[in-house]
Design a binder for this molecule. Structure first.
Ligand code: NAD
Length: 239
């Protein structure tokens, strides 16, 4: 399998290491607007593209790859309010898109436990839920896409919560408070806490490095070759 790396920052470099460990060919690395023209021929040779850039360029990048007929695996977060529009675009181009707010197996286990716990806690109204996330100071979106996924899962797993609110916003009775901290050198920490006056129940994930994200993205890329449609981690792994 031949892959193109779109975005050569912290994650793009980690993807390169994981892809090479798997013996995959990297046809090109695209790290800015100009590279799209300079590396066009090498990009066209790719079976699939792995995209980790930023919220302001990801939509344009997905559209470009869709028009070229190259399936794209994107880990970029901060654009999910445009997911419906992009899904229609992918359908109209008969193209392929795989997106995930978090590619690590550990976080996807956390997602499964989070939905299960939310269904249980729905009936225990003495407990109020909060989500805490901490990331490095270079992260552009806030809260993290992973925190948004955790909040959306809680909202759809019961009837108590209708929305999430970024701290210091006031969540009210039907809102989930999401607290985002930015601290140097933290790869990614997420905690879901249910607090009552007498105790606290919590689940937590801490990423030790970016390797887990990159390995998941490379796995998704192998799976995406020749696929059409929009997919996410639930389609790839059975937890
Ligand atoms: P980064 O800032 O280190 O790298 C982004 C790179 O994109 C930069 O090198 C930049 O030059 C490049 N870029 C900018 N415009 C471009 C364009 N038009 N075409 C191609 N490349 C362009 O960021 P990062 O830490 O690598 O994170 C990237 C994204 O991935 C963020 O949204 C982050 O939140 C997300 N992320 C997701 C996961 C996951 O598992 N889904 C894990 C870690 C990070």
């Amino acid at each position: 399998m031949k892959i193109a790396i779109i975005g050569y920052g912290r994650m793009g470099k980690e993807v390169e290491i994981s892809a090479k460990e798997k013996g995959l060919e990297i046809t090109c690395v695209i790290d800015n607007e100009q590279d799209w023209n300079t590396n066009k021929q090498d990009l066209e040779r790719a079976d699939v593209a792995i995209e980790f850039t930023s919220p302001d360029v990801v939509i344009g990048n997905i559209k470009k790859l869709a028009r070229m007929g190259i399936p794209v695996v994107t880990g970029t977060t901060g654009w999910y309010d445009q997911l419906n529009m992009i899904s229609d675009y992918i359908g109209n181009c008969n193209a392929g898109l795989f997106y995930a707010s978090n590619f690590s197996i550990g976080v996807n286990i956390l997602f499964a436990v989070n939905s299960y716990l939310a269904r249980i806690m729905n009936d225990y109204t003495d407990y109020k839920v909060t989500i805490d996330e901490t990331h490095h100071t270079n992260k552009l979106d806030s809260p993290s896409g992973t925190a948004e996924t955790l909040a959306d899962q809680i909202i759809s797993s019961g009837d108590r919560y209708k929305k999430w609110v970024l701290h210091p916003g006031v969540p009210g009775n039907d809102g989930i408070s999401v607290v985002a901290c930015r601290v140097p050198d933290v790869v990614g920490e997420h905690t879901v806490k249910y607090k009552s006056e007498i105790d606290e129940v919590s689940i937590h994930h801490s990423a030790k490095s970016r390797k887990g994200f990159a390995m998941g993205a490379v796995l998704a890329a192998s799976w995406m070759v020749d696929k059409k449609g929009v997919f996410t981690m639930k389609d790839l792994i059975n937890i």
